[in-house]
Design a protein around this ligand. Structure first.
Ligand code: IPE
Ligand code: IPE
Ligand code: MG
Length: 247
């Protein structure tokens, strides 16, 4: 079905509990306008707002946004600084409204690599929004899927070494529980903007049976209608989990 044939409003049908998004294309958005890359990141904040509001409207329980990867630390210092500043501005500007909307924010990743001011901003938004029951928002910062699995492995290995669990007790549930997303269901739907057909070291364990929606839309241009379009497409999928078709 072509994009225009899909109604641009909230689709009727099962809504995914957990939606994850690889927010990509900020640099290309800026380059297309002969602007510096940080302008694209700044503009991307609007899309973050759109997708949060759209998620609350749609009744999504958990929204996970990939904001900065472990590998993104290899970007030029100036761009990293701009992104960390943006995080602080985002927290200052949005935390009260997020709290009012009932959005509970958690920031997941290797936060020790962040500067103290950025860490303070993270603590602040988590504290202010704590207890929100409309949407759980995970901001994945300084995060990668492999680092998440390695960290979980160490947590479990320490428990074995301490005699708290037997090696045989390390199963899927135990490993899932030791990840940053421990206690949350795996994403049902992954959206990646800017037409890259790769996973870029995002939630490698958690995405095992997630449906993928890849759109050419650059992240700063992404609206709640684009989210609803992705939900409509999700509703046409048949999730088989390795079994045979139900019909
Ligand atoms: C996504 O946009 C934001 C981050 C990875 C921090 P990019 O900055 O990757 O934008 P492109 O892919 O260069 O267009
Ligand atoms: C993935 O985008 C990371 C985030 C969106 C935060 P990248 O732009 O870093 O990924 P690659 O380099 O194109 O794979
Ligand atoms: Mg990119």
């Amino acid at each position: 079905m072509s994009r225009d044939a899909v109604p641009h409003y909230l689709p009727d049908g099962p809504i995914p509990r957990h939606v994850a998004v690889i927010m990509d294309g900020n640099g290309r958005w800026a380059a297309g306008r002969s602007l510096p890359r940080h302008e694209g990141h700044w503009e991307g904040m609007k899309a973050v707002r759109e997708v949060i509001e759209g998620s609350v409207e749609a009744g999504i329980e958990i929204l996970t946004l990939f904001a900065f990867s472990t590998e993104n630390w290899q970007r030029p210092e100036e761009e990293i600084r701009a992104l960390m500043t943006l995080l602080k501005i985002y927290v200052e500007k949005e935390q009260d409204e997020l709290h009012e909307k009932g959005v509970e924010v958690r920031v997941l990743g290797d936060l020790d690599r962040m500067d103290p001011e950025a860490r303070d901003a993270v603590e602040c938004i988590q504290r202010v929004t704590s207890g929100g029951d409309q949407l759980r928002l995970n901001l994945m910062i300084s995060y990668s899927g492999r680092a998440d699995i390695l960290r979980a492995t160490r947590i479990l290995a320490r428990k074995v070494a301490a005699g708290e669990i037997a090696p045989e007790e390390i199963d899927s549930k135990a490993l899932s529980g030791a990840l940053h997303t421990g206690g949350l269901p795996d994403p049902d739907l992954l959206i990646r903007t800017s037409a890259e057909f790769r996973i870029s070291n995002f939630m490698l364990w958690q995405l095992a049976y997630t449906e993928f929606h890849i759109t050419p839309c650059l992240w700063p241009d992404f609206t709640r209608e684009d989210l609803f379009h992705a939900l409509a497409e999700y509703q046409r999928r048949e999730r088989r989990f390795g079994r045979v078709s139900a019909g």
